[in-house]
Every structure is written in C-alpha cells, then in structure tokens.
Design a binder for this molecule. Sequence first.
Ligand SMILES: O=C[C@H](O)COP(=O)(O)O
Length: 257
Amino acid sequence: MNEATPRLVAAKALSLLDLTDLSDDCDAAAIETLCRQANTPFGPTAAICIWPRFVALARELLGAGSAIRIATVVNFPSGDLPVDAVIAETRQAIADGADEIDLVIPYKALIAGNEDAVRQMIRAVREACPPPVTLKTILETGELKDRDLIRNASHLAISSGTDFIKTSTGKVAVNATLEAADIMLNAIRESGRNVGFKPAGGVRTVGEAALYLNLAATIHGPDWAMPSTFRFGASGLLGDIVAVLEGRESGTQSAAY
Ligand SMILES: O=C[C@H](O)COP(=O)(O)O
C-alpha cells in the first residue's frame, strides 16, 4: 500500500469497513441513519456492526439480499457472561438476521491464567454459529497489555475456530494499536490458517487506516486484505473516507458525517 494514493486507500477502507454504532444511547433512528450511510454513493461498506437488539430492524431496513452484512456483538463489552447466556445471545442474533458475530473472549479469565475459559467460549459460540456465519473474536488487547498474552490469545482464538481476530471493543482506555496489530497479524501468519484481522476502536482517518493496511501488506502481501480477511471496526472513519473520495481534505469531516 506504500504507493497508494489517499483515494485508493479510502476506497479500499470503505470496502473493508464495519460501520459501527455501539453507542450506549443508540436507538432505532440511529440505526436507520446507519443503514442509509452504509450505502454510500461510492459503494457499500462491508458491514454494519450494531447491538443485538437492533439486528431485526437492520435486517428489515437493509433487506434479505443486501450486500451490506449485519454484524453484532455478544458477551459485549465485559466478556464476563456465562457460556450459556452467550450462546442464547448468539442464537437470537442469527434468528434475527445477523451474518456476523463479534464475540468478546473472557479476557479477564485469560489474564488470570484460565486459557480453558477462552477455548470453551469460542468453541461453544462457533458451534452455535457455524459457517456461513462469520465469527470474529475480540481479544481486548488494550486490557491484555502484555505482548505474549496478546500473541497467546490470538493463537487460542485461531485454534478454537474463529474466522477473525479483532483487537478491541472500543469501550476501554486503549483500543486498536499498531503494536497489537503487528502481534496479531504475525500470529495469523504463524498459524498458517485462513483467518482475518479487524482493528477496532479509535480508527478515525484514512491516514490511520493506511498504516494498518501497510502493516497487513508487509506481513501478508499486498493482495491479502479483502473483506474476507480484513475489516476496520469504526464509528467515525466513514466521514473521512467520504471526504477523501469527494476530493476534500482528509481529517476534516470524520466526526460530522
Ligand atoms: O467495534 C468497533 C468499535 O466499537 C468502534 O470504536 P470507535 O467508536 O472508537 O470507532
């Protein structure tokens, strides 16, 4: 991606974007706005990412055959729910029309040394949402902090059957970072598995998106990042993407879009 123009990066980021509204005060009107915004004049985002209680509404608004996938979150954001409650959330979300499940791993248990809790949760949710449902697992890397723990969590998630590893909920102090991305992208390479990567939380500009895409290209090759292998989880990135695609200056419109 080093030679890519901002327009090319913006177009790529649009095709990889999980346009997110996981705000605490999200309501039906916000979901209507989100569904409209996801259909940009420059093409659709990869997905929208919303609270489970809005999945049925989003499915109704987008329609059954929409190119825009519906992602939702389970065990979110604390990672503390019992497995059976997370399974119930997952089943309901799929019945309501979700295409993708973003699962928070029990990261506090992992910090306490309980790897089995992570394996059991991911395996159980994977069983409840077999392919073609996409399963992304949120490691909450900003709370794991330690490089070895992030690497270990990545390998646990990959070997337990996830389709993507995702950095963050966007709800803690430290969310997506290039350092965590480097560890996770390398863990995917080491695993030899066809697993994707999703930086999420705090990605606001096309310039920031370019840094993640460059890193992915360095580790996996220039053609690796595509909607089946790479997503951005972001609530504020779309405005900057559209600004760049409209020929306006980057960094001016991200919050306002
Ligand atoms: O999964 C995505 C994050 O919750 C979005 O975080 P953000 O609002 O900082 O972009």
